[in-house]
Design a protein around this ligand. Sequence first.
Ligand code: FES
Length: 297
Amino acid sequence: MADSWLDRVVRGQEWLDPVGRGLQVSVRRGFSLLGSPGGALRDLLHGSRGLGHPLHPAVTDLPLGAWAAGAVLDYVAHFTSTVGTRAGDVALAVGLLVSLAAVATGLTDSEDTFGHELRVNVLHGLNMGLAEVLMAASLGLRWWAPLSWHPLALGLSTAGLAVAMAGMYVGGHLTFGIGTMVNRTAFVSGPTEFAPVGVAADFPEGALRRVEAAGMDVVVARCQGRLHALGGVCSHAGGPLAQGALDGTVVTCPWHGSQFDLRTGEVRRGPATFPQPRLTVRERDGVVEAHLDHPIP
Ligand code: FES
């Protein structure tokens, strides 16, 4: 696959690596300082539990919508008398306030990125951080500087919106271009009818086994005598679940520690937000067979 112009630029920016790693260390420390509530908060910010979808894209629209509305109100107020100048100020302040949710969710999602993905992530974060600084400076001028400074405040918030839009472009590339936080199992295909995956002796109690079912990568485990099977590629970033750990009916991904319930495929702990595809398993005459419960049409 050919690199986009953005990938080519980012690949040359080695200075982004220590910035990203420093941020990751700080985020990890912050969560671990909170103890077990920190783990629950991390799951909440990822969108792993309850939402079943990354939370970050849902909350980023709030500040950007408010800032865009603020820019429109600012210019309407500047060139006409149909709205007051305070309308844009309020939209700007609301945008800054709700942007805290975008910052928190974005930093949490960035904790498990690495390499090129981390660099793009840092560039996205720096863009949005600069946008916040420009917006905050504009708000400060609006509230504490003389009215004659208002055109400068308006220029700062306009520049902030432009920088935020550049950051949105980079954020879009992060997701749609290089696949950060996308559902790695979205296009999985597997057997719609029972297909053989081994014999009973292949699956001892409490051990994870990787098998193929009609070409699909599957992880199988026997828990308290019953066989369970899930798609073997982690929905978070493609980790090999069969190389992870099994505790009861919970499998832990070896890459970033996401946990899934083997019986249902549900996420028990993030950073994964999407469940694993589940397979129905049966044993007939010593042969183990499985089929995908919800095949993609
Ligand atoms: S690949 Fe990240 S937790 Fe599995």
